[in-house]
Design a protein around this ligand. Sequence first.
Ligand code: PLP
Length: 634
Amino acid sequence: MTTLFTKEDAEKIYHVKKWGNGYFTINDKGELTATPDSKSPPIVINEVIKEMKAQNITLPAVIRFHDILRERVKILNKKFRDIIEEANYEGRYMGVYPIKVNQMREVVEEIIEAGSKFDFGIEAGSKAELLTALAFNDNTNSLTILNGYKDEDYLRLGLMGTKLGKKIVIVIEKFSELPKLLKLSKEMGVTPLIGIRAKLSIQSQGRWAKSCGDKAKFGLTIAEILNAVQLLEDSHLKESIKLFHFHIGSQISDIRTFKDALNEGGRIYAKLIKMGVNLQYFDVGGGLGVDYDGSRSTNDSSTNYSISEYAADIVYGLKQICDLEGVPHPSIVTESGRAITAHHSCVITNIIDKISADQMVYETKKMAGEHILVDNMRDLINLLTSENYQEIYNDALQYREESLQAFKLGILSLVERAKIDTLFNQIMNSIVPIIANNDFIPEGLQSLKEKLSPQYLCNFSVFQSAADTWAIQQLLPIMPITRLNEKPTQNCSIADITCDSDGKIDRFISLDGIANTVPLHELKHDEEYLIGLFLTGAYQDVMGDMHNLFGRLNEVHIYSDAADPQGFYIEEFIQGNSASNVLATMQYNPEYMAQKMKKMVNKEISRGRILPREGVKLVNFYEECLKSYTYLKH
Ligand code: PLP
């Protein structure tokens, strides 16, 4: 009798409600759906894939839900506005989006557009980002904040923006930037808006803890701030100091870290005001985290607070300090990037194979003259019971160890080694169901299940599409997009198609902490099996590297449409990299390569080793491969 597997059962495994933030849910048919826009019906992700296929768009692919971006901008702005009103706070909310978090033109344009009614601005951290901000942010009421180290060109570009009537705030990250700025503003006849980034002393936490404290890369110490104010006063530009800034790191998981930073930063702000510095903006930087694992905890991949709590703590906290110090309430600036972009994109990839330790077994029948170690291992299988499994496990390990030594000494044959390996795997696989029913699992045996679990080979590159899982052990929600009304029976890890053993994912979200495997379904010969990696829209979306020359993925931009029968339409398709594209980025000339190949083939034709007809086909095939998508065809 098959037991019914419901969407509630699937929810218990994949925790979609916990990390999905209302944007993702499982429907009654066992399909994963996206609800990017709360006013439109849910979009079945598999329907998006079907439509992509109908348009010859192949996997792996990135799906961007543009309505989610818009929704995130709206939520952040509205939360701050509502709390400011509720608290009778006298400043405004003037958030900016840090381009570095996702620089894709379509992403930046969507955020600027969605934020225009809130005067939501842009933060740039480099010259190229500033070039973008200048060209794209044409809302002169919004702020453009310039962070990062600056040379003369960077400063000149900023001052050019001021000349064009934009509210450009040049943040001094390093004291030495100030004399350069003074010289250029004089030369260009522009009075700049100046921000000062402070190096807070508080101890931040998580992976970006080094963003503050004495060893932080950016920001001025209190002594430097005071000297900067003096220098600007001497240059008759004290009035230009408009913004006070700090940034304590990204993905702050504990709300107390923000409170600490706010207390220190708030006091510095108030004291500066009392010194006659006419600050108008209080910029708390980025750090608003994303609950990737859905645990609502202080885990590195989670947060123990909501956007509302974050906004309330900043507004009420700052109000209290200002009121106690008797200084005006400044307008509040945040530079949230991750919280705006993470949810809007996901990577969909197909599983192409399964790699398991016991995939290929060798015939283990007893043969005359076999080494005693083979026999010993065979005996263990027959002896195994639920009482003696620990002893059998220990013996099996010992025989295997001895057999490896014996093989290295030339005592065991290849056939004997294959038999011992097969028998060993059979013993381990027989122990797993025995211990699964036990309340107590002896140490040493605890990770056995994971060691034996298969790997599902996925058509993607971890380094390109999920770089943070590799670089900083970021957890991402990973799950199938269909068959969610069927019990997943394979606990597996994920391997990618790069030829790098680091190209794998073996850390998954789980309510008991971090799991080394994710439950997926048994593969069927006649049915494609797709999984999604979710919340990939911040940083890793644009940080992917060229490892193995796989390059960028095919990408579709989806908009919700309540009037559409499927509830969505593909607004744009951006072709992923072809082999030629990625080769060209590495200084190769694909045309020259094709010509070289043709010459080699012609040489073989003239030698009579290849027939001319076959030669033409080979050259055409080489050229076709140069033009095609770098990922595996299926
Ligand atoms: N502002 C500055 C100065 C940053 O360095 C960063 C990134 O670390 C951000 C904003 C964006 O932070 P987050 O993505 O955590 O919001």
